[in-house]
Design a protein around this ligand. Sequence first.
Ligand code: SF4
Length: 366
Amino acid sequence: MADGSPLSLLDLTRDDLGALVEQWGFKRVHAGKVWRHLYLHGRNDWETIYGLPKELANRLANETSAELLPVTRETRSSDGFTRKYLLGLPDQHQIETVLMRYSGRVTACVSSQVGCAMGCVFCATGQMGYTRHLTTAEIVAQAMHVDRVLRATAAEAPALAESDHDSPHHRHERLRNIVLMGMGEPLHNYDAVIKATKVLRDPGGLALGAKKITLSTVGVVPGIIRLADERQPIYLAVSLHAATQEHRAAIVPVARKWPLDELMRACGYYAEKMQRRIFFEWTLIEGENDRPEDAHAVGRLLQTVPGQVNLIPLNPTSGYEGLPSDQTAARRFQSILAGYGLPSTVRQRRGIDIAAGCGQLAVAGP
Ligand code: SF4
């Protein structure tokens, strides 16, 4: 690599790895063995792979790396459902990755950038500002870290009473769900993010289903159109938070660049081209966007775009004074949306006591 660090295998798709192996003068079939060893077995002791030429194992060991990111700190929520990992990057920056347990499933919330340029007023990452994009390897490494944690700690998972899938059945647990909702705006780092989703979906490796990966954007219009044009099979969530241009621009500054009507046109294009609905995220802030008129405005706005609204009571951050809406306001909002035929959920809050909830991820600089 130009900066002197070894090539990270986590930066490569399986095709890229095949091309590298061929370029080194070995048969492409060996790439599949290396890939399985890395992603299925979580190992990088290449010399132990049966039938792998010794010279290839040596070159991999000497010229590439497949290291995950070191854990600087792990924090566990008091209810045991959420773990937040502070992971170190080679340039001394740090990012956060969250493992969340909901009834019957485990989800990794993965970061795509160090900081974020979008500046949403209620978000701790936005309050940090933007530092840099993550590489594909740094995104993949976060998912692999959570997968390893799940494998290693399956037996000690908390006993959840909500579903038969929970408690003792964690024994063979693997990562199955990813949300690109951690630090950063994934569509601002499109190429690295989409390549990472290809690596994660590869059936010979982690084999995550495309429908189990959700990319969340605050409204980067060109990225939404590109997802549709390229028919990227992952799911899309769009953070709305306000249903008029003026209101939205006040809490989501990027709306000044891509106004609401342009965003809704892009969403309509996406839904039509992909023949699927979009998840619309709505952070419920008391008195700010949780009034009946706000719910009616959402109902009218989403009449032409097939969608589902995920309501997320605001999670506290030090840089924003707003308060979360209470249960009554959330239920009232839901019932108004239902009147417009719009399905909605109120997101279970997870990890608030360790600042691992939506909009709470932030770390100090190096
Ligand atoms: S909510 Fe998302 S897009 Fe907005 S500042 Fe935070 S990380 Fe960036």
